[in-house]
Design a protein around this ligand. Sequence first.
Ligand SMILES: NC(=O)c1ccc[n+]([C@@H]2O[C@H](COP(=O)([O-])OP(=O)(O)OC[C@H]3O[C@@H](n4cnc5c(N)ncnc54)[C@H](O)[C@@H]3O)[C@@H](O)[C@H]2O)c1
Length: 208
Amino acid sequence: MAVVLVTGGAGYVGSHACKALAAAGHTPVTYDNLSRGHREAVQWGPLEVGDLLQKERLAEVIARHNPVAVMHFAALAIVSESVSHPERYILNNVEGTRNLLDEMKAMNIRRLVFSSTCAIYGIPDTVPISESETAKPISPYGESKLRVEQMLSLRKESDGLSSVALRYFNAAGADRDGDIGEDHDPEPHLIPQRLECRVGLAKPYSLW
Ligand SMILES: NC(=O)c1ccc[n+]([C@@H]2O[C@H](COP(=O)([O-])OP(=O)(O)OC[C@H]3O[C@@H](n4cnc5c(N)ncnc54)[C@H](O)[C@@H]3O)[C@@H](O)[C@H]2O)c1
């Protein structure tokens, strides 16, 4: 059974990944700055509070836990916020990932699952969108994720990195046991927004 570093493991998707890893007999080590995630969502392995931009902290955590692989969910992920604050997104998502890849290389960790996004497609030429659709992001958020995908491809040659990038669309739903669920404030995603509207809880989320 393996130790897996889960960046963003206190967030919505990352915490569900931690639960699935533990169910499969692995130990998920969450690395999260808790800027958008929740301490109480980390239930299936240790929580290491830290930021991707803190290289020394990241290096210390990786060295201590010695993971065999990394699942990388940590990111800022609100399209409208990225339009208002593009540099924040490039710094956090791109430079943060560069730090992660540098520390993985230093520790000889070669396997990475990257949480990319459908936002790299922008406005597609054809619908339904196929994986071979040209990436033309129209937001700094999508651009930041595309830059990371390009970095991963380069690191295959330079570092021997083996990675996959999952370009998923709006995730929805909660853990069937009710242990964890989606808890964003404000809530930027389509499906929970529609549900909040339906029960009269919708509130404006363009707070930036
Ligand atoms: N939720 C979706 O529908 C969806 C769809 C496509 C892609 N994604 C991607 O999946 C990932 C997870 O999405 P989510 O909805 O769970 O988001 P989330 O905001 O719930 O989780 C992200 C986590 O990353 C942490 N984080 C952010 N920047 C960090 C940093 N610099 N250092 C350490 N921790 C940091 C946050 O505190 C948070 O816990 C993101 O990369 C997002 O781009 C999500």
